[in-house]
Design a protein around this ligand. Structure first.
Ligand SMILES: Cc1ncc(COP(=O)(O)O)c(C=O)c1O
Length: 425
């Protein structure tokens, strides 16, 4: 690992949690240079919903490269982009009666968020945007301004104005309807909150700790947007692409966002971001928002392939089936370790096991890594174990992975007990 420490910036993070050199990966498994195996409950932070080296993707990429297909296209018309657009339209948009224009931003999620915020401000001619407590939308300047966590915000000594934060659903954990709170601020001419161009939200706050908004709250926020002429941006970068069982996370709530951001798994493992814009909002002048790496053509090839998972209901049903299994196992663990006040939360194949005790989740994640499993943490204080396996994970592997987590929690708690007794003797 010396070369990484010697040359790579201090900013590196995941390598500290998972200190090995990964060499290859397939489906829901990773292998390091020593051929140690790791079950993947991390899925590249939501990028690998369809698994590592999905055979559909690999075959199509090899074919594209061998045929000298276009790699870099800016926003020129290419065959790969045409195939993706057609597939996305007929597989995703048309069956859902969705009318949107697609804009390809730079390749990472934060590029899509920047694009959405810039467009909303431009269309409405207003500077303010409302975001929510515990939101995570990326770490470039505009996205960071709508991200709640001070760990990320504090390092940037720039102007982070033009954003007002409001409490997310269930923020106070006392049943208070925070959409009414938001209504009060918008309706009161003296609240000090400027009428925003947009409200940006995640339907499930992933990085923020697996906080699931209720359908009713989402509908209330949408209604507020309509009543006050505010655009609704849904950031579906992490929990879209089938994570909750439907392609978009907001389908169950029946809301119709004005702007939707997609990234991560939309590219089938390759870097791709896109912004879906209601046609009347597509007010850009040609070339007004550009970027050299918009619409990577290899990613279009991969993205068109993985959309075939949406030709039928099989993947959706598999996600719902595996959710049931995951939730039951987590509830069993919550019962078993109830002295540590755990809480299970999530939807689809994104779940969190929250432990209030400082540092406990981090120790469990390290222990699980030593036992052959990757799991990430979420929440402002890393107080949530974040279960995010590829959607295509085999049932046996999911169960095996959950067994590793259970054993890891037990081992960490046993160590704590032993230390406590040691101290008392
Ligand atoms: C909801 C959401 N929005 C935006 C982003 C930023 O994406 P990226 O890290 O690709 O810039 C993330 C990343 O985790 C995310 O979860």
């Amino acid at each position: 690992m010396r070369i990484f420490e010697q040359l790579e910036s201090q900013v590196r993070s995941y390598v500290r949690h998972f200190p090995t050199i990964f060499n290859r990966a397939k489906g829901s498994m990773l292998y390091d240079e020593q051929e140690n195996e790791y079950i993947d409950f991390f899925a590249g932070a939501g990028t690998l919903n369809y698994g590592h080296n999905n055979p559909l993707v690999n075959e199509a990429l090899i074919k594209h490269i061998q045929a000298d297909g276009i790699l870099h296209g800016l926003d020129k018309a290419t065959s790969a982009k045409k195939n993706f657009l057609e597939k996305f339209y007929y597989t995703i948009m048309q069956p859902r009666h969705m009318e949107y224009k697609l804009q390809f931003s730079g390749p990472t999620g934060t590029n899509a968020v920047e694009t959405a915020l810039k467009l909303a401000r431009m269309v409405k001619g207003r500077s303010n945007v409302i975001a929510f407590t515990n939101a995570f939308h990326g770490l470039t300047m505009g996205s960071m301004a709508v991200t709640g966590n001070s760990f990320y915000r504090d390092e940037a000594f720039i102007n982070r104005a033009n954003v007002a934060f409001m409490p997310y659903d269930n923020y106070f954990r006392d049943g208070m309807d925070t959409s009414r709170y938001l209504y009060k601020f918008l309706n009161d001419k003296s609240s000090g909150i400027d009428l925003p161009a947009a409200i940006i939200l995640e339907t499930i706050q992933a990085e923020g700790g697996i906080n699931v908004a209720s359908d009713e709250w989402l509908r209330n926020v949408e209604q507020l947007c309509r009543d006050f002429d505010i655009l609704l941006i849904v950031d579906d970068i992490q929990v879209g692409n089938g994570r909750t069982g439907s392609f978009f996370s907001f389908e169950k709530a029946g809301i119709h966002p004005d702007i939707i951001t997609l990234s991560k798994s939309v590219g089938g493992g390759l870097p791709l971001s896109l912004v879906m814009i209601k046609p009347e909002l597509d007010q850009w002048r040609p070339g007004e928002h550009t970027g050299t790496f918009r619409g990577n053509n290899l990613a279009f090839v991969a993205a068109a392939e993985v959309l075939s998972y949406w030709d039928n209901e099989n993947l959706s049903q598999a996600v719902i089936y595996k959710e049931e299994l995951l939730r039951k196992e987590l509830e069993k663990m919550a019962e078993k370790y109830k002295d540590y006040s755990p809480e299970v939360r999530g939807r689809g194949l994104i779940y969190g096991l929250h432990f209030p005790e400082n540092g406990l989740c981090s120790e469990v994640s390290s222990e699980a890594f030593n036992r052959g499993l990757l799991i990430e943490l979420a929440g402002a204080d890393d107080e949530v174990l974040k279960f995010l396996p590829p959607l295509i994970i085999e049932e046996e592997l999911l169960i095996k992975g959950l067994g590793i987590i259970d054993d890891s929690i037990q081992a960490v708690l046993d160590k704590k007990e032993a230390m406590l007794h040691g101290d008392q003797q």
